[in-house]
Design a protein around this ligand. Sequence first.
Ligand code: UT7
Length: 310
Amino acid sequence: MNAGIIGIGRCLPDDKLTNFDLEKRMDTSDEWIRTMTGIQERRIAKDEQDTSDMAFNAAQKAIEDAGIDPSEIGMILVATVTPDQPFPSMACMLQEKLGARNAASMDVSAACAGFMYGVVTGKQFIDSDVYKYVLVVGVEKLSKITNWEDRNTAVLFGDGAGAAVLGKVSEGRGILSFELGSDGSGGKHLYQDEHLVMNGREVFKFAVRQMGETAINVLEKAGLTKEDVDFLIPHQANIRIMEASRMRLELPVEKMSKTIHKYGNTSAASIPISLVEDVEEGRIKDDDLIVMVGFGGGLTWGGIAMRWGK
Ligand code: UT7
């Protein structure tokens, strides 16, 4: 039996920040943002809702969905670049809040590819029968590192969390293949100084090339082709990057996840948030072959091909 996802949950802050709100704060326009990125609005967490609070909320839902007790979790992995503080880790804070008394806990730093890195790491512990269940959370409060004076980046990001419980699933289902990669020479294109700093053009070129390539690679590793794909969940960074991946797989629009217009780029949270919506709204069904693919600062990338269902 393979490792797969047996429970999912997400958390989105209530407050919406629309493109029209941003027009009032900086030299930008709803038209530019929509055309260049596909974003219409994003969620911004209040001061009192920190990263660990969103992570806890999403994790509780995923654990309930999985139908397990927190004490059964063997490991907690939290993918984030915006923790409440450098340490203790978000995973340790979550361990305490959840009462997951038997869990090892650590954070994963792989920026927007963090959830892919977390799921692939967790899978190893399940496949090797070390742990029965691993909780993986992708969470960001990017609003706290956003430079609100920089229109090149301020319009792109949002806050939120998505969580998944990994465990063994039925024969034929679960994670079939994966690819993780990194290229530190591109680290200078996307990093945090005091605020988030980005060379959008360079990241864009890298993302368009890497997303498509990783999607094809995970299919090949699973012995599958693009014709086998039922649904694609690309990291929600920019609709033009997402469209390039979709076209590489020759998929119709309805077979690609799209939440970017509502939530912007939520970094490590974007793939799990989208996954929850696609499952809840019936776009992903049991036995569908789904490809998830992400990229981010580091530079990092990661992709997974999985057959959905417990
Ligand atoms: O999760 C990973 C994180 N990052 C990404 O995925 C980002 C990847 N990159 C991108 O999505 C795109 O590069 C952007 C959407 C950020 C920018 O698109 P672009 O096609 O690379 O445009 P650009 O940066 O070359 O800017 C084009 C023009 C410039 O004006 P001039 O020099 O042509 O007069 C910018 O100053 O657009 C201007 N511009 C804006 N105008 C209005 C840049 N930001 C804005 C803005 N509103 N917010």
